[in-house]
Design a protein around this ligand. Structure first.
Ligand code: GH3
Ligand code: MG
Ligand code: MG
Ligand code: MG
Length: 298
């Protein structure tokens, strides 16, 4: 059984939060807050699945709270439903303009509140699933090129800010065309899956990011890692994939599947883009191929 979804109920009147929590607690885990500030704290600590937000509150009102939630990457995607005694059309329009998904007027009717919550949680679930699928490679179930581009961009900008090194490994399976020709595409696909998983298991740091970069090419982004660290990681990867001992009788380097790796490290400067680290890793990979494959080059 999945854990119940979490709903944050925000209202300056404790009687209101208590009533809603009581009515919803059969279906949901209910969190409460009695001010906008407290709501932001609870949101960031607990990551609720949906927020019911009062508008008229002393201090920061619901509109401002919603604005801040939508301005923050960590809370931007959590659906907000206003639940308020303000019943002018302008107020409702303003609430929806601020990014709320719905607007319920007090006094509310509980079955309607419940139905709307259920709908918005379901919509959010479907949206999350689609988004996830758009960023996952369907063959290997690891992140795809689209995801790679987004992560590299983010890490590049982070490294620009904090002056830390950023390393990139590009990995390419040796003589994979011959592998397909000899064993067939199905087995080729299996080989790609095994290499992808092995790669994922080889990287240890939480910040390290593995993706399928293209056909039989994979990439690893290593934030805060210098050249030596990236070379060490590359050797671990190379040996680990080699030790899978996937038979490859037509390979000229070994009787099993091997990989070549190109490593690049940057200290990203302002006005430079991540294209240069990709080019550098690509050139290093080319050298690894030239120098006989089953090796790592910078
Ligand atoms: P090298 O050692 O120089 O890298 O030689 P190679 O044969 O691996 O290089 P090449 O780029 O010529 O061939 C890559 C092959 O990868 C060709 C293509 O059919 C195969 N490939 C690409 N994507 C997939 C896939 O999704 N599944 C399978 N089975 N094969 C794929
Ligand atoms: Mg109020
Ligand atoms: Mg290739
Ligand atoms: Mg290849």
């Amino acid at each position: 059984m999945l854990p119940p979804k979490k709903i944050l109920i925000v209202d300056d009147m404790r009687a209101n939060t208590r009533l809603l929590a009581k009515k919803l607690s059969g279906e949901y885990e209910c969190l409460t807050a009695t001010s906008g500030m407290e709501a932001l704290e609870v949101v960031h600590a607990q990551q609720p699945d949906l927020i019911l937000l009062d508008i008229l509150m002393p201090g920061m009102d619901g509109f401002e709270t919603c604005r801040q939630l939508k301005d923050d990457e960590r809370s931007r995607k959590i659906p907000v439903i206003f639940i308020t005694s303000l019943d002018e059309d302008e107020d409702e329009a303003k609430g929806l303009d601020l990014g709320a998904v719905d607007y319920i007027r007090k006094p509310f009717r509980m079955p309607i509140v419940k139905a709307r919550i259920r709908n918005h949680i379901e919509l959010k679930r479907a949206r999350d699933l689609l988004e996830e699928q758009a960023f996952i490679d369907s063959l290997t179930a690891i992140p795809n090129r689209r995801r790679f581009d987004a992560v590299l961009d983010k890490e590049w900008r982070r490294a620009q800010r904090n002056g830390a090194p950023l390393s990139l490994i590009l990995l390419d399976i040796d003589f994979f065309k011959k592998y397909n020709d000899n064993y067939g595409h199905q087995q080729g696909d299996d080989c790609l899956r095994r290499v992808g998983w092995s790669l994922k298991e080889s990287v240890r740091r939480a910040a390290d990011f593995v993706a399928r970069y293209g056909g039989e090419e994979f990439a690893v982004i290593l934030p805060g890692t210098d050249t030596q660290g990236a070379l060490d990681a590359s050797d671990t990867i190379r040996l680990r994939i080699s030790s899978l001992a996937i038979p490859h009788e037509h390979s000229s380097v070994a009787p099993h599947v091997t990989v070549s790796l190109g490593v690049a490290t940057s200290y990203p400067e302002r006005n430079h883009g991540p294209g240069e680290i990709i080019d550098a890793a690509d050139q290093a990979l080319y050298r690894a191929k030239e120098e006989g494959r089953n090796t790592v080059k910078t």
